[in-house]
Write a protein that binds this ligand. Sequence first.
Ligand SMILES: C[S@@+](CC[C@H](N)C(=O)[O-])C[C@H]1O[C@@H](n2cnc3c(N)ncnc32)[C@H](O)[C@@H]1O
Length: 316
Amino acid sequence: MSSPVLHDLHPPVADLRREVLTGLEANPKWLTPMLFYDARGSHLFDAITALPEYYPTRTEIGILRDCRDELTELLGPGAVLVEPGGGNGIKARLLLDVLDAMAYVPIDIARQHLFNAAAGLAADYPEIEVHAVCADFSRPLQLPDLPRGGRRVAFFPGSSIGNFEPAAAVELLSRLAGLVGPGGALLVGADLVKDSARLEAAYDDVQGVTAAFNLNVLARLNRELDTDFDLARFAHHARYDREAQRVEMHLVSQVAQRVSLDDREIVFDAGESIHTESAYKYTPAGFRELATKAGFEPWREWLDPEELFAVFLFSC
Ligand SMILES: C[S@@+](CC[C@H](N)C(=O)[O-])C[C@H]1O[C@@H](n2cnc3c(N)ncnc32)[C@H](O)[C@@H]1O
């Protein structure tokens, strides 16, 4: 049985502590969405993708199923597929089933989830080299030596690019352009602008799974940084800001309270929130413009019939 090659470049806990403190001492308060993905958060995210309200995952999977034969022809054989935020690897499998790929390189911060997904992939696709990289993909990163000769393809599904402010999104895509190099490609999924009710429901489901996912960040900080958040005193909020074209997720303090982190006290007014995630929504033209600024050229794009979600192929 084939095994993946594992590369553990997880940032040290001191970096996490510094970033959390910076965010909680800022006004307004914020936390990086990367914090969602401890073991429980990764599990909850997978549960979110199956919720009736959460259309992005099943819509993008439908698009990928429909376009993958055309994609295989466009990309040709021997691709080296690099996936920032590979998660459970389900979408990569859809491509690896048809692409005659040489290697698959998921990069993910959730160590165990990544390693489990990579081990499953290596076993099921023994002809493909699998390199699992545990790292923060939002920072410059030295990737392991990858097989030479194949077309490098950055695969970035799930509208994860929407978690980045526009300038940071261009910076990240520019780094991906540098990674794939001339002749390389970017295959990226982006959620499209639509009515607020549908967007807000996708981030605030009736079963409360997204609320549990959001609140889990505080449980994680209690466990890993020894903070003393009382989860019952915070509530999950999601709202669409039409002007900014983004859904924002917040944890709203239900009372005036203080939380300790090391020797600091974080003071919350009643109603004050921590901004935990932005999820930008795009028009197809807006997304093309973003990727073009990063050095990519539009090649092909596919939308579902309801035009909820888009998958773009760019060349470099
Ligand atoms: C929204 S999920 C998407 C998963 C999958 N790509 C999909 O399309 O369903 C985001 C994934 O990226 C990972 N992730 C989030 N922020 C990250 C970061 N800054 N660096 C590395 N991985 C990150 C998470 O662990 C998770 O697996």
